[in-house]
Ligand binder design. Sequence first.
Ligand SMILES: Cc1cc2nc3c(=O)[nH]c(=O)nc-3n(C[C@H](O)[C@H](O)[C@H](O)COP(=O)(O)OP(=O)(O)OC[C@H]3O[C@@H](n4cnc5c(N)ncnc54)[C@H](O)[C@@H]3O)c2cc1C
Length: 488
Amino acid sequence: MAKAVVIGSGIGGIAAAIRLAVKGYEVTVLEAFEQPGGKLNELRMEGYRFDMGPSLFTLPEEVDALFALADEKVEDHFNYEPLEVITKYFYPDGSTLTAWQEVERLAREIEEKTTDSADTFKAFLRYSEKIYDLTKDTFLFRSLHKVNTYTTPEVRKALFNVHKLDLMRTMHQAIAAQFKDPRLVQLFDRYATYNGSNPYQAPATLNVIPHLEHNIGAFFPTKGMYDITRSLVALAERQGVTFHYQTPAKRIQHNGGRVNGVEIPDQVLPADVVVSDVDVTKVYAKLLPDVKIAKRYIKQPKSSSAMIFYWGMDRSFPTLDLHNIFFTSDYRQEFNQIFKEKGFNSDPTVYVFISSKVVEGDAPVGGENWFVMINVPHNDGQDWDQLVALEREAITNKLSQQLGVSVADHITCEHVLDPRGIEQRTSSHLGALYGNSSNNKFAAFLRHPNFSRKVKGLYFTGGSVHPGGGIPLCLASAKIVDQLIANP
Ligand SMILES: Cc1cc2nc3c(=O)[nH]c(=O)nc-3n(C[C@H](O)[C@H](O)[C@H](O)COP(=O)(O)OP(=O)(O)OC[C@H]3O[C@@H](n4cnc5c(N)ncnc54)[C@H](O)[C@@H]3O)c2cc1C
């Protein structure tokens, strides 16, 4: 039986393992950490459970597709629900905006609470949908690096309509041209952070993201985000995939330009196909030191990283929802801080995600599990211990002021992750969450392809390669790898 080895059990690696097992390969997954999931992981602490990374679940049909591929019913193994409220936004002037899932209801909220109209918002969603329609079958779910991609009718249509991709404006320029109310401009600018980019630099094509969240919808797994990892690992195991934890790959072996195995601490696993889900910069530095990576793929500016405080809270906060954003008063300065100055931000936008609002048992009765995140630069040698202390104070002060409660007094236990910890736990180069940023209009073409041009049989999935980071795109990378690998 032909053998495939997948290195890394992030969402892209697990999806690739399922797809290859269904194709008929004997699949082994190597994972350096003690449990699967990579960034899509969980932490348990003093009676609280925390989803450690992703908290927003979009395009769930990409997960459903994996169960369908294996002839299983998703609802027998994994359940999720659409959210009634996607996000609650808190502004520095004390106003709030509730992003209802239902478009009409959100449009009414915008009409009532902002200086923009419901129609302006709906027109923006139509524009966002158009970008999605032009990119989904072309750039998102296909290799950008194979000639035959460019001969498909979908791509010819996209190239003919390239002006509709809005490549020449920045995200912010397009959003500011659409909305008068600065609070809505800030709300839609924030979507740049979904792939670690800067809305003042990234092309307006990224305005595709609101379509995923508002038109297609935002969902949440009934047992929390980590259930995505757990249920997909179980699906992979039912398909015969073997997982080895605390087993880091040391070297990808190849001979005569073809992959033939993966070295692990005590042995070499033979392989006809290797799929790496590891950050691609690390792959070349550590696992393939004898193969040169084209400079254009690694010279790109890296995406932002995150500083996350996991706080067990001893009380509940009824004004908060599952996803809450507390905006900064100066968004441009925040992005300058993240991408240029790279130091302390005294007024960061704070994201508070509380899974215990919907998942019973994620916090002791009467308490809440707070995941409190700010966007920060990737690791550039900053004094992170000092920055963590400073940001913790800035965040607790800001939340206390907005909620009218001394937040710090209600924290019963704490765990902190900064770019160093993210790199150490998941091997992401410099702790960047999404590999390269998308801060220029050619960024999509400068992500590493999903295959190696130098070593046949070697493929790449995950957030650092095409089409990019985030759960749906990592799942798309596994789909593309599946298209590229022949049946055994
Ligand atoms: C704080 C945070 C918030 C996020 N929020 C969202 C969100 O709301 N929605 C969303 O869709 N996405 C979000 N993302 C992004 C999303 O989590 C990632 O894009 C995605 O999970 C990355 O998956 P991946 O396949 O690239 O693998 P990764 O998660 O990067 O995992 C790679 C795996 O490879 C393993 N590995 C590394 N080196 C080796 C080796 N030598 N041998 C064996 N194993 C190795 C690592 O241990 C790790 O388990 C967020 C990410 C973070 C960190």
